[in-house]
Design a protein around this ligand. Structure first.
Ligand code: BTN
Length: 180
């Protein structure tokens, strides 16, 4: 129990730490950020439930005003930006990513990378597109076209998440809760 809580807090802190890497804000107001890789890692390492909880804890701290989003942003205002769909989708992305890793045996690096693509890109972009269409007053098709700008970076993050998860499993097998 205490160990679960500590790991959830540690991964919320990991997402915050990845926010120290400078973001690149695109013309339509949603940044390219390394924090998405933290969301993927929450799922691949902690599994569905604990991974989603870590992301929810991170978002709760952001909502309370802590400047933990890349570029030092925080507060309820960030949920009224074109990023809102992605932010709402982050816990779901971690959950789906974790669910896939928990249920799919096979090479951990490959499974984690593929799970990160499915949860952290396919599912997450669904939320992101709806949020962007709403906030930017665009059609779903127009918003979907805009998010393609994130694909190369996010695929790279998914591959990195796979490698990091597999490396962690070799160094500290007990830390991989998704394969418990
Ligand atoms: O910091 C924010 O405003 C939230 C950012 C949400 C960014 C989304 S997550 C998926 C896609 N990949 C990125 O690198 N950025 C977007």
């Amino acid at each position: 129990m205490e160990r679960n809580l500590a790991l959830v807090a540690m991964f919320a802190a990991l997402i915050a730490a990845l926010g120290l890497i400078p973001k690149l804000t695109l013309g339509f107001g949603v940044p390219i950020t390394a924090q998405t890789m933290g969301v993927m890692l929450c799922g691949t390492v902690l599994g569905a439930r604990r991974g989603a909880l870590a992301v929810l804890l991170f978002l709760a701290l952001v909502a309370l005003g802590l400047p933990l989003l890349a570029g030092g942003r925080g507060g309820l205002g960030v949920f009224a930006t074109p990023s809102v769909g992605f932010l709402v989708g982050w816990p779901v992305a971690a959950f789906v990513t974790g669910l896939i890793v928990q249920n799919w045996r096979g090479n951990l690096a490959v499974v984690s990378a593929v799970a990160s693509v499915l949860g952290g890109i396919v599912v997450l972009y669904g939320f992101g597109v709806v949020g962007m269409a709403f906030m930017l007053d665009k059609t779903l098709a127009e918003a979907a076209l805009l998010v393609t700008a994130f694909i190369p970076g996010d695929v790279l993050k998914a591959v990195l998440a796979g490698g990091i998860t597999s490396g962690l499993a070799k160094a500290r097998p007990n830390s991989i809760l998704s394969r418990g």
